[in-house]
Design a binder for this molecule. Structure first.
Ligand SMILES: Nc1ncnc2c1ncn2[C@@H]1O[C@H](COP(=O)(O)OP(=O)(O)OP(=O)(O)O)[C@@H](O)[C@H]1O
Ligand SMILES: [Mg+2]
Length: 134
């Protein structure tokens, strides 16, 4: 486990970009952290690191955004249980071969694959974050 201290959103994004270099297709990464911690900012960096040029928007209303089958960005904030994710067909994407980034994964913990990686972002100041990763 290691900790990266970020002093601004750009540093978090840069860190996500570097972190992407350690990922393999099919990896599922749980992004932990409170509202406004910086999970989506980190996801923007990962997308850039994977060579995805699109603007990454929070998928809150869509539950999951699919970037070319290369990256699946989930926001499970509005899901209440794993069965709901299952019923929506969201779980298949965990096994579809792209990198999965999952915000609010705790809401669907019963259907998460085994061996997920975890990144936890803690707000330690107005613009400071601790990013805890494996
Ligand atoms: N060091 C930092 N790293 C990341 N974000 C930061 C940092 N400092 C300030 N911020 C701000 O914190 C906010 C993080 O928002 P973001 O949407 O990434 O949070 P989130 O964890 O995805 O929240 P939610 O659970 O609501 O989806 C942004 O407004 C960003 O500008
Ligand atoms: Mg978010």
């Amino acid at each position: 486990m290691a900790i990266f201290v970020s002093d601004n959103p750009e540093a978090t994004k840069k860190f996500g970009e570097q972190y992407a270099g350690k990922l393999r297709a099919g990896d599922v990464v749980i992004l932990n952290g409170d509202m406004g911690a910086g999970k989506t900012v980190f996801a923007k960096g990962v997308a850039a690191g994977l060579g995805i040029g699109d603007e990454i928007l929070s998928p809150t209303y869509a539950y999951m955004n699919d970037y070319y089958g290369k990256l699946y960005h989930f926001d499970c904030y509005r899901l209440s249980c794993g069965e709901q994710a299952e019923a929506l067909g969201l779980c298949d994407y965990f096994y579809a071969g792209g990198v999965c980034l999952v915000e609010w994964a705790e809401n669907i913990s019963s259907v998460l694959p085994k061996n997920c990686k975890t990144v936890t972002i803690r707000k330690t100041g107005e613009n400071q974050r601790e990013i805890i990763y494996e």
